[in-house]
Design a protein around this ligand. Structure first.
Ligand code: DGL
Length: 269
């Protein structure tokens, strides 16, 4: 396999750029081929069957364009469509965002009392609960759907009085009283990581570690590509490409917010 091929990354939309940002920081020699399914977002409230169909189409697009690995940046798609992607990708390595965050949570949670927040479809799939209990049957897992957080962040209302109140309303769930870590189980939540951390620092006597799945997946990709001898050694060949299935001026602004820099979005459907 040609190690200069890009890493394919896909998401329901623009939020997966948080993962691209983490990949760029850790693996600056790697090119990214990004696909944001903006025509079908949000994924967070859709059925597994519908999302598996979208994942099928996107995986074919990535493979036909040419990638050496696929990262399912979207937690919701990772929760319900991992096998769909793996079956199509065959010998191309496929990474989901769930497993690295789960391993990280177990490593840094001394009491193994772990909170998970995400979209409704992610939480209803219980993918985090099942994965955590598979590795640590004695863990206590508290799952909570936090559907208002995605539209709030896309509206740019992070670091805002409104976000402080919404975060408080969700995190004050009594189930979270005795947790020692919380997994941010959604592409968008790294943008409110510090606000969630502040909430727990203020209210909990014990330290609550906030686990950003974008950092966890980036280091997993680095590890696996090293093992598979697929890291790109040639920094001259770096070339990122970003595709979306629907393009509006709003997506360009959101992309800049998530990636921290201007992005040229191409439309592909
Ligand atoms: N990308 C989705 C996730 O990580 C959040 C946005 C959506 O619902 O489409 O679960």
């Amino acid at each position: 396999m040609n190690s200069q091929l890009p890493i394919g990354v896909f998401d329901s939309g623009i939020g997966g750029l948080t993962i691209v940002k983490a990949l760029n920081a850790l693996l600056p020699n790697e090119s990214i081929l990004y696909f944001g399914d903006t025509a079908h977002l949000p994924y967070g409230d859709k059925s597994p069957e519908l999302l598996q169909g979208y994942a099928d189409t996107i995986t074919h697009f990535l493979l036909e364009t040419g990638v050496k690995a696929i990262v399912i940046a979207c937690n919701t798609a990772s929760a319900v469509a991992l096998n769909t992607v793996k079956n199509i990708a065959r010998d191309i390595p496929v990474f989901d965002v769930i497993q690295p965050a789960v391993k990280n949570a177990l490593l840094i949670s001394p009491m193994k009392r772990i909170g998970v927040i995400g979209t409704r479809t992610t939480i209803q799939s219980h993918v985090y609960l099942k994965s955590l209990l598979d590795l640590a049957p004695d863990a206590l897992v508290i799952e909570k759907a936090t559907p208002l957080l995605v539209p709030m962040i896309e509206e740019g209302w992070n670091h805002h009085q409104i976000s402080i109140e919404i975060i408080e309303a969700y995190m004050s769930d009594t189930g979270f009283n005795h947790i020692d870590s919380v997994i941010l189980g959604c592409t968008h939540y790294p943008l409110i990581r510090s606000e969630i951390q502040n909430y727990f620092d203020k209210t909990n006597t014990r330290k609550v570690e906030v686990i950003d799945s974008s950092l966890a997946i980036a280091s997993e990709v680095q590890k696996q590509l090293t093992v598979l001898n697929l890291l790109n050694r040639n920094s001259d060949s770096v070339n990122h490409k970003f595709f979306v299935s629907d393009l509006t001026p709003g997506f360009k602004d959101t992309a800049k917010m998530f990636l921290g820099r201007e992005v040229f979005l191409n439309k592909h459907n």
